[in-house]
Design a protein around this ligand. Structure first.
Ligand code: 13P
Ligand code: SF4
Length: 311
């Protein structure tokens, strides 16, 4: 089907079914453009919690759709491609993470939102990269903390908060790919360009970055900065919003180690397509379900996050 026709059909279906389309900044441009709301993982959770729509189509990865379902169990939640997983969430199997938390039972357990519902169910507070510092700072200074699963984000939060959280050894396959050498070379070619990096990047990239932040924070920085050129070290989908908002500025994607692969594309995020979004709305499939016992446990640390997240 032609793109124009797909868009028309999606528009009819979402109206008929009182559906809201939420999209992450890493989605392909067409999906970002048709979404009712585009945001980072915190904003998507906040929207899912407050929407009055009957149906949520979450164009992102599985944990994002699952978080929406956990927060809004009375709504039907769909994802265009049910296989859209997350390498970071997969690096943290719930049974092993639970063993880790039990071995350190006097610790508060903080989990990044990039986790399965089962991991959230054994967590005290969920965080995203937008609010992780704020939430860690809100805990008493002597509180012992476990942070999982992203070791790069955990290490960065330890550094900027002066904490010594115990870290789970997980990582994201996209953010671990950026090449220091190639970024330094790019900086030489564009001496005025600022480096913007997501905290899931490796430490040596974060150390040379001019700004470290979540996807929404990177977009905000690009909008508010007086600079005209930026090297962006996060998933390439974000460039669409940045370029759209700032047509006069140049946003250069940071290169991955392996130049033969599109490693700064999240393979999982890009599994969703406009056609799959249309089919998902039409067929009301694939649907997200969360075991009620797990949901009841998982919703608490997410709600705690939402309470502790102030603008
Ligand atoms: P944000 O919370 O910054 O949107 O990041 C989500 C994510 O999956 C990063 O890889
Ligand atoms: Fe997960 Fe990495 Fe993709 Fe983000 S970019 S969804 S952390 S695999």
């Amino acid at each position: 089907m032609e793109k124009k026709e797909l868009i028309e059909k999606i528009n009819i279906l979402r109206k008929e079914k009182n559906a809201i389309i939420l999209a992450h900044y890493y989605q392909e441009s067409d999906i970002q453009d048709i979404a009712d709301f585009v945001g980072d993982s915190l904003a998507l959770a906040q929207w899912a919690a407050k929407t009055t729509a009957d149906i949520i189509v979450l164009c992102g990865v599985h944990f994002m759709a699952e978080t929406a379902k956990i927060l809004s169990p009375e709504k039907r939640v769909f994802i265009p491609d049910a296989m859209a997983s997350c390498s970071l969430a997969e690096s943290c199997p719930a049974d092993e993470f639970e063993k880790f938390t039990k071995a350190h039972h006097n610790h508060t357990v903080i989990s990044y939102v990039n986790t399965t519902a089962a991991v959230k169910a054994v967590t005290d507070i969920v965080v995203t990269s937008t609010n992780a510092k704020q939430i860690v700072d809100s805990l008493p200074e002597n509180e012992k903390i476990i942070f999982g699963p992203d070791k790069n984000l955990g290490d960065y939060i330890n550094k900027i908060t002066g904490r010594n959280m115990l870290l789970w050894e997980g990582a994201c396959h996209v953010h671990e790919q950026f090449s220091l050498e190639k970024i330094l070379e790019l900086k030489k070619q564009h001496p005025n360009a600022l480096l913007l990096a997501h905290p899931e990047c490796r430490k040596y990239i974060l150390e040379i970055a001019d700004h470290v932040g979540s996807t929404s924070s990177i977009i905000k920085f690009g909008r508010e900065s007086n600079s005209k050129q930026f090297i962006v070290a996060t998933e390439s989908g974000i460039l669409h919003q940045m370029q759209k908002e700032n047509p006069e500025k140049e946003f250069i994607p940071a290169p991955p180690e392996d130049s033969t692969c599109a490693c700064n594309d999240c393979f999982y995020m890009k599994m969703n397509t406009l056609e799959k979004l249309y089919l998902c709305l039409k067929n009301e499939h694939p649907e997200i379900f969360v075991d009620e016992e797990v949901r009841i446990k998982a919703v608490k640390p997410i709600e705690r996050m939402l309470e502790l997240s102030f603008p």
